[in-house]
Design a protein around this ligand. Structure first.
Ligand code: NDP
Length: 284
């Protein structure tokens, strides 16, 4: 039986409708969640991501501003702007779109954002809180993945979850969230020997390597849940994931598509984090 498709677009839309109601209630009580997005330079992919975030904020009633800085901006200037937004009580979420030009050290920017306003969930304090099971603003892509699994009541406890990729924003944190749900987690990366030995035993496979179609049915166990995080631009301009969707769906039990899979969920969780930051839950 072909796999059931988990549409991040549909689930994201459902969640956004619920969020809109919550934002309306907050507004009625005098609180309008506000997101500040800072973009540096004119990377077309970054611009398109930022436009998507602005539009999504609008659909749920979150007020947002996009601050565009030239690629020549200094680290000091950017830090100055972040400091100003950290101190502005009307700003609940601050997001600096990555990547940044090479004169700016990303790690310095990430730690400069007030952890209570860190709606990307990249600050080491939020990562540390997540790892120790405390209230935290969670990194959006991993949060979206867990939300997708839970939306279908997919069992995680006791299952073998294999994560391909160990980046700070996707691979490492998604493994931690799966561990918190009592999965047995294996991380694979570019130095992993015999990758298929691991993927073949995965009940849940998270593919987050950024390698187009690297996973097909030959790599999977029958009935595996396959979450495709990869976004790869092909020569013809189309987008594809890390998973060969047509092949994998023959053997998987659940699968996420690319596009309209994890991507829309990432933005949805950004909205959720912004609402959470406005309510101040991450401080509790
Ligand atoms: P990174 O490039 O930071 O990390 C990629 C990871 O994959 C690294 O840990 C790398 O290993 C590993 N890797 C690379 N090649 C292989 C291979 N052949 N076999 C096994 N492991 C491999 O990427 P990100 O984590 O930022 O993103 C991963 C993908 O997800 C990208 O396609 C990105 O565009 C997409 N993405 C999608 C999002 C969404 O919302 N859908 C959000 C964020 C990212 P090593 O550490 O050894 O180098």
């Amino acid at each position: 039986m072909p796999a059931e498709i988990i549409s991040g677009k549909e689930l994201g839309n459902e969640l956004r409708q619920e969020m809109k109601k919550e934002v309306d209630q907050l507004k009625n009580s005098g609180l309008t969640p506000h997101l500040t997005v800072i973009i540096v330079g004119d990377n077309p992919a970054s611009r398109s991501y930022v436009r998507g975030k602005e539009k999504a904020s609008d659909t749920v009633g979150i007020s947002s501003e996009v601050i565009e800085l030239p690629s020549s901006v200094t680290e000091e200037e950017l830090l100055g702007l972040i400091d100003q937004k950290n101190r502005d009580a009307s700003v609940h979420g601050i997001l600096v779109q990555l990547p940044l030009p090479e004169q700016i050290r990303e790690e310095n920017i990430i730690v400069a954002i007030d952890p209570a306003k860190d709606v990307d969930g990249f600050h080491p304090i939020n990562i540390g809180r997540m790892m120790t099971g405390q209230d935290a603003l969670l990194p959006c892509t991993p949060y979206g993945i867990i939300t997708m699994l839970k939306s279908r009541n997919i069992p995680i406890e006791g299952k073998h979850a294999v994560v391909i990729g160990r980046s700070n924003i996707v691979g490492k944190p998604v493994g931690q969230l799966l561990l918190a749900e009592n999965a047995t987690v294996t991380y694979c990366h570019s130095k992993t020997d015999k990758l298929t030995d691991y993927t073949k035993s995965a009940d849940i496979l998270i593919a987050a390597a950024g390698r187009a179609n690297m996973i097909n049915k030959e790599h999977l166990k029958e009935g595996a849940v396959v979450i495709d995080v990869g976004i790869n631009r092909m020569e013809d301009g189309s987008l594809t994931g890390d998973v060969d969707f047509e092949s994998a769906k023959e053997i998987a039990s659940y699968i996420t598509p690319v596009p309209r899979g994890v991507g829309p969920m990432t933005i949805t969780m950004l909205l959720k984090n912004t609402i959470q930051a406005a309510k101040g839950l991450a401080n509790s």
